[in-house]
Design a binder for this molecule. Structure first.
Ligand code: ATP
Ligand code: MG
Length: 568
């Protein structure tokens, strides 16, 4: 009889899972779980959003519920369909599907109706003060606010003015609608927050149907309630807004617009990443100032940038899982992100040989007639990934970095008189170094041991070093883009007084080299990923086409994360 396998160690729940499980147990939402991912379509999504997507969709999936995609499009001046399309594409690419696709702008009429109700109930009023006056009247953390002279204006008058605001009778900034809560409230957000402002601007969906637009705090909770969201998850900076979120919903329950149980807001820590900026506003600046080539520049922390760089959806999901759900702000090490893609590609990327900095090596004792082909496995540990044939000829390219004229101790690669293994093909000894007038090495000559065909020493002699190579006659030209961190400093915002964060851009965040790659890459398609042996992981860029090979370095082979982890 076989013993029962020990039950797997139960993974401890994060605080959101604990809340949801408690709600499921108490039957608070009749067993329903409905989350939402609510991006504002004012930029491309970044890795922070990926975290939020994995979290919201992950919880929906885990608890047999679902997740809505809601475009929080209440600010007409910054939003665009271009962004809506990219957001859809990115969420799908990450591996998630939404139950409903909604737009806060779909709710403009309902939100307007609720607002009229609040006015009638004496819980909102039209304020004629300027932005500046309103701000002053709010007071600050130490000083209570003072009431607006319009705070006690009769409901009928506010209602009339609000309707005229909607009808377009006033200019931007002339009047606003405010909730009437408490000007002395210790939480500044409760000191009569704005609900509506006037914006004569074309909206990407509603066109010019509206010239008043609801504020985030008002629109967000109501949108959640309209959709029947159970758990509304947002980042920590909204913690102080939660009382307001609840206040609006309570009023709407009184107005019989919604029934209990209401959605509840929960906050978790925003994800930050070392060596990059993250907010859409700053990323947009990088694009507009042409510091990068676009939102999908492979150095960008955007989802489309990471995709172009060669990141897989699996690696981003693994990263989101590893960073976890925190209640205090944190900065994840970009080395952890790189660790995740390496782990994924190590297991599945086919291997190829590519010479990034070519140096000619001529094998003087190999005639053209003696040239041969070697069969190389696509993946050392996964025979099911097949193999390919690679020609080995008299003239080869090897990497400049694999040769040293004055070799240090423990140098096992090529050097004058030294013998090295050309991966999978032969043992070769360097016999001659050719230089140009300036003394730079331009070519190497060597001899091979014909008995070593396949790369093994016939007499069992030790040849420690193995280097990669490409047949010069068969090699394909390729542009290879070597990427590094976009910012030199771990925290790009930590700049000396008087300096701007732009100045911290890493001047060598992109190096382009003309490489020679093995002929089997002729048909490589945009988006495919490879390991170039001994060099790193590379993805075919989306600008590549037949006859034009372009590779982006996704990550090097060295895993700095394991070192960081070991130190911790
Ligand atoms: P940014 O400040 O970077 O422009 P945002 O918060 O304004 O981002 P939204 O489109 O409003 O962007 O965000 C959509 C959702 O993604 C929100 O629920 C937000 O909390 C979440 N989110 C945004 N940035 C991060 C982040 N860095 N980490 C985790 N979640 C994030
Ligand atoms: Mg935002």
């Amino acid at each position: 009889m076989s013993e029962a396998a020990p039950a797997p160690e139960p993974k401890s729940l994060n605080f959101l899972e604990e809340i949801i499980e408690a709600d499921l147990q108490s039957g608070r939402h009749q067993g329903r779980v409905l989350t939402r991912f609510p991006p504002e379509p004012n930029g491309y999504l970044h890795i922070g959003h990926a975290k939020s997507i994995c979290l919201n969709f992950g919880l929906g999936r885990k608890y047999g519920g679902a997740t809505n995609l809601r475009f929080d499009d209440t600010n007409p001046t910054k939003e665009d369909v271009e962004y809506v399309d990219s957001i859809r594409e990115d969420v799908r690419w990450l591996g998630f599907d939404w139950a409903g696709e909604f737009y806060a702008s779909d709710y403009f009429q309902q939100l307007y109706d609720y607002a009229e109700h609040l006015i009638r109930a004496g819980k909102a009023y039209v304020d004629d003060q300027s932005d500046e006056e309103i701000k002053r009247g709010r007071g600050n953390f130490y000083t209570p606010g003072t009431a607006s002279p319009w705070r006690e204006r009769p409901a009928a008058e506010s209602l009339d003015l609000f309707r005229r605001m909607k009808a377009g009778e006033f200019r931007d900034g002339e009047r606003v609608l405010r909730a009437k809560i408490d000007m002395q409230h210790p939480n500044m957000n409760m000191r009569d927050p704005l609900m509506y402002r006037i914006r004569h601007a074309e909206h990407h969906r509603t066109g010019d149907a509206w010239c008043i637009y609801p504020m985030y705090d008002y629109a967000h909770g109501c949108s959640d309630a309209i959709e029947g969201i159970t758990h509304s998850i947002c980042t920590l900076e909204f913690e102080d807004h939660r009382p307001l979120y609840d206040w609006f919903l309570e009023q709407d329950v009184e107005g019989k617009f919604f029934r209990k149980p209401l959605p509840r807001q929960y906050e978790f820590a925003r994800l930050n990443l070392t060596h990059t900026v993250m907010s859409k506003r700053r990323l947009l600046q990088l694009v507009q100032e042409r510091i990068v080539t676009g939102w999908d520049d492979p150095r960008m922390p955007t989802i489309c940038g990471l995709r172009r760089r060669g990141y897989t959806p699996e690696s981003l999901r693994a990263f989101a899982e590893k960073v976890g759900v925190a209640k205090r702000d944190m900065v994840a090490d970009v080395a952890l992100l790189e660790h995740c893609i390496r782990e994924d590609l190590e297991a599945r990327a086919p291997r190829r040989m590519a010479v990034l900095r070519p140096l000619k090596l001529v094998i003087t004792n190999l005639s053209d007639a003696e040239a041969f082909e070697v069969e190389l496995a696509n993946h050392g540990e996964r025979p099911e990934l097949g193999s390919r044939r690679v020609p080995f000829t008299r003239e080869l390219w090897i990497d400049r970095d694999d040769f040293r004229e004055e070799a240090p101790k423990k140098w096992f690669r090529l050097a004058p008189g030294a013998e090295v293994r050309l991966r999978g093909a032969a043992l070769v000894t360097c016999t001659e170094v050719l230089k140009d007038a300036s003394g730079a090495v331009v070519e190497l000559r060597g001899t091979w041991d014909p008995a070593s065909k396949g790369g093994n020493a016939p007499d069992g002699r030790k040849v420690k070093g193995t280097i990669h190579w490409v047949s010069a006659a068969h090699a394909l030209d390729a542009e290879v883009r070597l990427y590094d961190h976009l910012f030199l400093a771990e925290d790009p915002m930590d700049v000396p007084e008087g300096q701007d964060w732009h100045q911290g851009v890493n001047p060598s965040s992109l190096e382009v080299v003309r490489a020679r790659v093995e002929p089997s890459l002729a048909e490589a398609q945009a988006g495919e990923r490879y390991q170039f042996e001994r060099t790193g992981y590379f993805a075919v860029d989306l600008e590549a086409k037949p006859g034009v090979l372009i590779f982006n370095r996704t990550a090097g082979l060295k895993d700095s994360w394991s070192k960081i982890e070991a130190k911790a």
